[in-house]
Design a protein around this ligand. Structure first.
Ligand code: UT7
Length: 322
C-alpha cells in the first residue's frame, strides 16, 4: 500500500520584509543577498502569531484540497524547530485548534529536514495500515530565533508553514524516503541555548539565536544532497531523466543549482520559492510543493523528488508519484 498526497496547503504571514528593508537594519545590500542566496523577500510573523497559527492555516488549505474534515484525520506529525512551547508539543496545539480529537499528534525536531522526516514517519504509518488519513506539517517562526543584528544569518530566514494530507492508495504515492544525519557536524548550525542546556549569565538572547558557519554548511549541503538524490534514484532503479520535478529545500539558490546540475535537470523543472519566502526551514518543501500544485505546474501522475538539508546535520529525500 502506498501513501499518496491527497491535498496540499501553505501559509505565510502577511508582513513582508524585503532586502531593502534589511539594508536599513544591518550592513548589507540587496545585491549581496540576492547574489549569494537568491532571496529577495521573506514573510515575518506578528508577535501574537505562533507557529501553530501558521500551521493551522496550511492544514486547513490541505484538508480542503483533499476534501477531508477534522473527523477524518487520524495522525498528525509536525516537523519544526520553533514550536510554540516546550510542551505541550505543537502537534497537539494544532490538533486542538483544528478540532481534531484523540489521534496521535506530535512534533519532531530535525531542523530544515523536519518535513521530510515527518513525511517518512507518516508514510510508514499509512503503509502498515495504522493510519488512514495523516496530516504532515512543516511549520516555523524562525524570526523568533533570528539575531536581527547578525547580517550573516538574519538576511536568510523567513516564517511560514506547509502541510499535506496523506491517504492510502494502491496505485501511486510515496515510492521511498531516505533519511540521514551526522552529528559530528552539530556545531556548524546551532542555537546554543535550549532547555536542558541553560544560558550562562545573561546570555539567553545570544545563545538562543541561530549561529551558522554558512560557508562550511554550504559545502557539506551540496555534497550530501548530491549523494542522497543519487541514492534515491538508484534504490528505485529510476533514471534522472524520468523525474518531472525537483522540489528542494529553499536555503540557497546556489545549493539548489548544484543539486539540479547533478540531476541534469534544467532550472525550469525545479520549484523555487527562495526568492519570495527565504529559508523557512522545515516549512520550505511543503510550501514549495503547494505553490507548484496550485499554479498547475505539478500534476497528478508526475514523478517528484523532494529533498532537504539542515542543522544536526540532518538531510533526507522522498521520491513520489504525485
Ligand atoms: O537551511 C539549511 C542550512 N543552511 C544552509 O544551507 C545555508 C548554507 N550557506 C549559505 O547559504 C551561504 O554560505 C551564505 C548565503 C550564508 C553565505 O554566502 P557565502 O558565499 O558562503 O559568503 P561567506 O559566508 O563566505 O561571506 C563572504 C563575505 C564575508 O566577508 P569577507 O570576510 O569576505 O570580507 C562576510 O562577512 O560576505 C560577508 N557577508 C555579508 N556581506 C553583506 C556576510 N553576510 C553578509 C551580508 N551582507 N548579509
Amino acid at each position: 500500500m502506498y501513501s499518496r498526497i491527497a491535498g496540499t496547503g501553505h501559509y505565510v504571514p502577511k508582513k513582508v520584509l524585503t532586502n531593502t528593508d534589511l539594508e536599513q537594519m544591518v550592513d548589507t545590500t540587496d545585491e549581496w543577498i540576492k547574489s549569494r542566496s537568491g532571496i529577495e523577500r521573506r514573510h515575518i510573523a506578528e508577535a501574537d502569531e505562533y507557529t501553530s497559527d501558521l500551521a493551522v492555516q496550511a492544514c486547513t488549505a490541505a484538508m480542503e484540497a483533499a476534501a477531508v474534515g477534522p473527523e477524518d484525520i487520524d495522525f498528525i506529525v509536525v516537523g519544526t524547530t520553533t514550536p510554540d512551547l516546550v510542551f505541550p508539543n505543537v502537534g497537539t496545539i494544532i490538533q486542538a485548534k483544528l478540532g481534531i480529537y484523540g489521534c496521535p499528534a506530535f512534533s519532531l525536531e530535525a531542523a530544515c529536514s523536519g518535513f521530510i522526516y515527518a513525511l517518512s514517519i507518516a508514510d510508514k504509518f499509512i503503509g502498515t495500515g495504522q493510519a488512514k488519513c495523516a496530516l504532515v506539517v512543516g511549520a516555523e517562526t524562525l524570526s523568533r530565533i533570528t539575531d536581527w543584528s547578525d547580517r550573516s544569518t538574519c538576511v536568510l530566514f523567513g516564517d511560514g508553514a506547509g502541510a499535506v494530507v496523506l491517504k492510502p492508495d494502491e496505485d501511486a504515492g510515496i515510492i521511498s524516503t531516505h533519511l540521514r544525519a551526522d552529528g559530528r557536524y552539530k556545531d556548524l548550525l546551532t542555537a546554543k541555548t535550549g532547555v536542558s542546556v541553560q544560558p550562562e549569565g545573561d546570555a539567553l538572547s545570544d545563545g538562543f539565536n541561530v549561529q551558522m558557519a554558512g560557508n562550511e554548511i554550504f559545502k557539506v549541503a551540496v555534497k550530501s544532497l548530491e549523494s542522497i538524490v543519487e541514492e534515491t534514484l538508484d534504490a528505485n532503479g529510476i533514471d534522472k531523466s524520468e523525474l518531472d520535478w525537483l522540489i528542494p529545500h529553499q536555503a540557497n539558490i546556489r545549493i539548489i543549482n548544484a543539486t539540479a546540475k547533478r540531476l541534469s535537470m534544467p532550472m525550469e523543472k525545479v520549484i523555487l520559492t527562495v526568492q519570495d519566502y527565504g529559508n523557512t526551514s522545515a516549512a520550505s518543501v511543503p510550501m514549495a510543493l503547494d505553490v507548484a500544485v496550485r499554479d498547475g505546474r505539478v500534476k497528478r501522475g508526475q514523478l517528484l523528488l523532494l529533498e532537504a538539508f539542515g542543522g544536526g546535520l540532518t538531510w533526507g529525500s522522498a521520491l513520489l508519484r504525485y
